[in-house]
Ligand binder design. Structure first.
Ligand code: GLU
Length: 481
């Protein structure tokens, strides 16, 4: 099956507002969004909030913020409206009631007369007989009139279903998967099972992307479509997103981070989108780095894998670094906005841009920026310098006299430099020869003294950026023993 090129493509994200979105939930949505974009169709956001006990305050906002951050814009949704509004299920209760009433009046739905205790007993009896519990085995012959206080169940004919899942292929499941499920609960609220069928139909959804936990429910959804006399959308059951063990589904309960936590750490949305789209999908080549446009162009439903993919933080980090390196400096500068160390307050844009250019290659996420650049804005502490000398194999072997000799010679030499990179390099290389010292030793010592760190951009660029006055001042530091 190729992705049809037609504006009749309509996909949706239909989250229940039960908490912050994490990588597992949102990856399924990335696929739905790509299918819509590629087919020049529409992508909808629908809030499925009929189970109000499970609702978490702020979850709808988190869902929208997460989608917006990733650039997964929706064409129709609760805040935007659209032809099939409203897009929040709790505002569509009348619609579900009308459908329920029609099904009830035509005998396709009936009132469930059992009390919770009675149902429990029936369940236990089935269990004792080592049989799966199926409500339809106890379906009342003469159900009572439905007065709204009993659950309303849809009457489904038990039979086998065979259907084509766009990802999993042809699937057959037996009649044991079909049971009369509740469409309206005793509290008057409709169930997810019922509402999503109506909404997907009314909202003209063409493809439903869903995670694997829903696969075994599809036969009963198909049976309900039949009873309701409406066509089923194309089902795409996407592989699970696994945590780093590769064995468990990524889940909030097992510590999956909300997707927006990655924004706080300074991940690029383009990298996150690239990462999510390539969990359980590839384009059949070795390519791993995709821009958003490339994803839209190259995505193919038939290349979605059947087996799970891992949310591998190391790969995410690597991809983020790769996306950062692809950004022109000015764009990167706009992105890093709030991530500068406090010490950079008041520094001018040109200087900050110059600093950023020096760490551009090595930056993997923006929250690293303070540690990588602080010394460009503030003198390193003596403690930092001493600690880093101690941590450096070559430098901790130097005795104090040798260290002083190298530092004062450096000061003298650099006092004559114009501090261009070329001149710094020329003079310091000549100094290595004159002092008969290994370049690694002299350059590491200068680096630690001026930056307070063993990890810093190239020495000559760093010195040139800090400038003559600051560099010489730092080189004159007295290191307490
Ligand atoms: N509201 C359901 C959930 O969040 C959506 C499932 C579906 O996509 O149909 O679990």
């Amino acid at each position: 099956m190729t992705t049809p090129k037609s504006s009749s493509i309509r996909t949706r994200f239909a989250p229940s507002p039960t908490g912050a979105l994490h990588g597992g939930t949102i990856r399924t949505t990335v696929f739905a969004w790509l299918i819509a974009k590629q087919g020049q169709g529409k992508f909808l956001l629908r809030i499925e909030d009929t189970d109000q006990k499970r609702e978490v305050a702020g979850a709808v906002q988190n869902i929208m913020d997460s989608l917006r951050w990733l650039g997964l814009g929706w064409d129709e949704g609760p805040d935007k409206g659209g032809e099939y509004a409203p897009y929040t299920q709790s505002e569509r209760l009348d619609i579900y009631k009308q459908w329920a009433q029609k099904l009830y009046e035509s005998g396709k739905a009936y009132a469930d007369p059992y009390s919770t205790e009675e149902l429990q007993t029936l369940r236990e009896t089935a269990q004792a007989a080592k049989k799966p519990f199926l409500y339809r085995d106890y379906r009342p012959e003469n159900p009572p009139a439905w007065d709204g206080s009993q659950p309303l169940r849809i009457r489904l004919e038990p039979k086998s279903y065979t259907w084509h899942d766009g990802v999993m292929g042809d699937i057959t499941m037996g009649p044991e998967m079909i049971d009369d499920f509740i469409i309206i609960k005793s509290d008057g609220f409709p169930t997810y099972n019922f509402c999503h069928i109506i909404d997907d139909y009314l909202m003209k959804i063409s493809h439903v992307t869903r995670s694997q936990e829903f696969l075994s429910s599809i036969p009963k959804f198909l049976a309900a479509h039949e009873v309701m006399g409406i066509p089923s959308p194309i089902n795409l059951t996407v592989p699970p997103v696994l945590d780093e063990t590769g064995k468990r589904k990524l889940s909030k309960r097992l510590g999956a981070k909300p997707i927006l936590a990655y924004r706080e750490l300074g991940y690029l949305p383009s990298a996150m989108l690239n990462f999510l789209a390539t969990i359980g999908w590839n384009d059949g080549t070795e390519q791993e780095i995709f821009s958003i446009d490339e994803l839209i162009e190259k995505f193919k439903i038939e290349r979605i894998q059947k087996s799970g993919g891992i949310f591998d933080e190391q790969r995410l980090l690597w991809l983020n670094g790769a996306h950062i390196r692809r950004l022109p400096l000015d764009e990167l500068y706009a992105h890093v906005g709030d991530f500068w160390p406090a010490e950079a307050n008041g520094a001018n844009d040109d200087y900050k841009k110059q600093v950023l250019s020096l760490v551009h290659e090595r930056l993997k996420f923006f929250a690293e920026l303070p540690d990588l650049t602080r010394f460009f804005f503030a003198e390193p502490t003596v403690q930092n310098i001493v600690e880093n000398i101690g941590a450096n194999k070559q430098l901790r072997k130097l005795d104090v006299a040798e260290r002083d000799r190298l530092m004062s010679a450096t000061q003298t030499t650099l006092a004559d430099s114009d501090f261009s990179q070329a001149d710094l390099e020329l003079k310091l290389r000549a100094l290595v020869d004159a002092l008969e010292v290994k370049p690694g030793v002299l350059f590491s010592l200068i680096r630690v003294v001026i930056t307070g760190s063993n990890v810093a951009p190239g020495l000559f660029e760093t010195l040139a950026t800090l400038g003559k006055e600051t560099s010489l001042k730092r080189l004159s530091v007295t290191l307490a023993e």
